[in-house]
Design a protein around this ligand. Sequence first.
Ligand SMILES: Nc1ncnc2c1ncn2[C@@H]1O[C@H](COP(=O)(O)OP(=O)(O)O)[C@@H](O)[C@H]1O
Ligand SMILES: [Mg+2]
Length: 378
Amino acid sequence: MSIHKEEIKSALSQVLHPKYEKDLITLDLVQDLIIQDKYVAFTLEMPQKDDSLADYLKKECGKAIHKFVDKEAVLDITIGINISRQRELDGDDAGQQHTQQQAPQEPILPGVKNVIAVASGKGGVGKSTVAANLAVALSQTGAKVGLLDTDIYGPSVPTMFDVKERPNITTQKKLVPIEKHGVHLVSMGFLVDTDQAMIWRGPMVTSAVKQFMQEVEWGELDYLILDLPPGTGDIQLTIVQTVPLTGAVIVSTPQTVALDDARKGVAMFSKVNVPVLGIIENMSYFVPDDAPEKKYYIFGKHGARKLAQKLEVPFLGEVPLREQIRETSDSGTPVVAADPASPSAIALKEIANRVQQTVSIQTQSESSNSKVDIKIRP
Ligand SMILES: Nc1ncnc2c1ncn2[C@@H]1O[C@H](COP(=O)(O)OP(=O)(O)O)[C@@H](O)[C@H]1O
Ligand SMILES: [Mg+2]
């Protein structure tokens, strides 16, 4: 018998928060509930770091689930610090109750200025190709860039960057990214055998990604690009909620089916308040090598551009469908590094510039709003 979300919620509604004297469900502290057979994973949101309270609540959740739902349930409870919840939970008497200073926050990626997720609703639309070229193009502008390939079922970085070696581990047991074409690379494919990964379930993937955030020696980076697995399901949702994202870009082809999925992507990010930096259209038109002046709109014309207008998100540009883009990716040097003056590379570099501009606008407007909505999940 598999466990249902409602059963877990009902068990957790028996757990009282000692400070607010209400249960965890009423307080809306249980997020990202994922269940696979007996595996139950969720995030318990806390407005500030408090290890002893966290341990207490974890224990109580375990007791309630084992007692009311299934004594064999395997629990994976993550504590998420969401400081914007403080006022909400404390209500009007915040000032009276909190004479004590907030515990200093421990950031998840301390040296990283901007984290950008590259997502797509569908697989095979060129998300990894765009992510790889975006990373290289940003590093060509002088920025320090990392690329984390979180696609455990189909990692692309080992092929696209021709990485055959295994990464080094520091004495603090942190993984050192491999540097190629100016980009600091980490891929699930460096460590996990893809055949073996096929049997991994969603919650295992998300906890592996969390580990990758924290146990990699990223150092100082201007941009960390996340190549997300295709789709807009629980895995993607949990990943984007684990990381303090600056924003997300969505890759789509101009086809209706891909656009429908791109729309879901935009909706997913909006739901979790991650700014959508824009939509990139890949495979916009085919340019034959023997007639480079021609453009064939084989998947339809301007589909993603129109979608961006409709959803009122920026349109970041078009990437042509060209043999050279596939060839360079397959041979381990993304086109912006392999042939920087080619029309394909120029298109991708323009997109990188627009991403850079959008990020700086985004960061400026955020700091002027002095919005505090950082999610840190230790
Ligand atoms: N603009 C393009 N022109 C030619 N081939 C492309 C282009 N974009 C992607 N490809 C190729 O299409 C395939 C799928 O791309 P990939 O980036 O792996 O997609 P995803 O990450 O969305 O699954 C790869 O073989 C890649 O080289
Ligand atoms: Mg991919």
